[in-house]
Unconditional design. Structure first.
Ligand SMILES: [Zn+2]
Length: 318
């Protein structure tokens, strides 16, 4: 099954979920053209996603980092394009999947959201949950016939470094990525955000070294986010004395593309026999969207209608 569903997505077609006006992303470019950078705050959408999936603290941190990374990657796409990030590891969380669109919309899911493992050095052990061995796959729907697909081994399984490693190795763009999700003692997500910096060709070693030094000296990202540091302020901290222009500020949102019509399509695609068995054995059907946990239920008579439709279509086709 393709990661992207076959129908062309439009922002309006998707079922709009809670909008978080506080979540946004800022994009800048150095006046000298030596780098571009993005920073974002994603607290609202990460908290919403973690709640929908009933995620444990470590699963919420993993999903939140991946969603934030997805938002940053999505902002590098051209209008109408979208991408999927799939992290697969040998840990108990097993898989994180995130989809992002060029318009700031993201959605995501983890395979085993209830995972609980001991902290590591006083921090949520995202790498331990995902597992240190595995792969990151980046799939991009660029509007071409076939989606673009790139894959790297997991670098540290902390998500940010894996994304930076992917960009640097697979796309040959030297990049730095910082992601953070702070989960409070009561399990709620109280801060989330991140940044992405890319060196643009031909590259300027002096600036790259300066930025690496600045990133190294930066207080922990979770501390900055908890203190209310905005994306603009984060970029100012990183690029003080380096002239840059702000290109864009855009809203980010958690939004799914599922709908009752699409679920009907999935049920119909099961085929006549399977649908008939479902009606006879269960009497009804319940389908839960993997990404937003929305539940779609179909009564017996509704399933029978689908079956009737299928039979008609079958006759038409024959
Ligand atoms: Zn959904």
């Amino acid at each position: 099954m393709s990661i992207f569903d076959k129908t062309k997505h439009s922002a309006l077609a998707g079922r709009l979920q809670d909008q978080h006006s506080s979540d946004y992303l800022v994009r800048i470019i150095a006046r000298a053209g030596t780098f571009r950078a993005l920073a974002c705050t994603t607290t609202g959408l990460v908290a919403d996603a973690a709640g929908r999936h009933g995620a444990s603290p470590v699963a919420a941190a993993a999903l939140g980092r991946a969603l934030t990374g997805g938002a940053l990657f999505g902002a590098l796409l051209k209008t109408g394009q979208r991408l999927a990030l799939t992290f697969e590891g040998n840990g108990p969380l097993r898989r994180i999947m995130v989809e992002a669109e060029s318009n700031g919309v993201v959605r995501g899911t983890v395979k085993v959201p209830e995972v609980i493992i001991p902290d590591r050095n006083g921090k949520l052990d995202v790498a331990g949950a995902l597992g240190r061995a595995g792969f990151l796959t980046v799939t991009k729907d660029l509007g071409l016939k076939e989606p673009y697909k790139g894959m790297v081994q997991l670098f540290s399984s902390e998500i940010a470094e894996d994304l930076a490693y992917y960009l640097t190795e697979s796309e040959q763009i030297p990049s730095a990525v910082g992601l953070s999700v702070f989960v409070a003692g009561n399990g709620t997500v109280s801060a989330a955000g991140g940044f992405l910096i890319q060196s643009l060709p031909p590259g300027d070693d002096k600036i790259v070294n300066l930025l690496m030094e600045r990133i190294g000296q930066l207080p922990p990202l979770s501390e900055l986010l908890l203190a209310g540091t905005t994306p603009e302020q984060l970029l100012e901290l990183l690029f003080a004395d380096v002239p840059y222009d702000t290109l864009e500020k855009r809203a980010l949102a958690l939004q799914c593309t599922c709908s009752r019509e699409k679920v009907e399509g999935v049920l119909v695609s099961l085929g006549r026999d399977e649908l008939r068995t479902q009606i006879q054995e269960q009497g009804s059907a319940e389908v839960t969207c993997e990404f937003c946990r929305e539940r779609y239920t179909f009564r017996k008579d509704e399933l029978e209608q689908l079956l009737a439709r299928l039979s008609t279509e079958g006759r038409d086709a024959g």
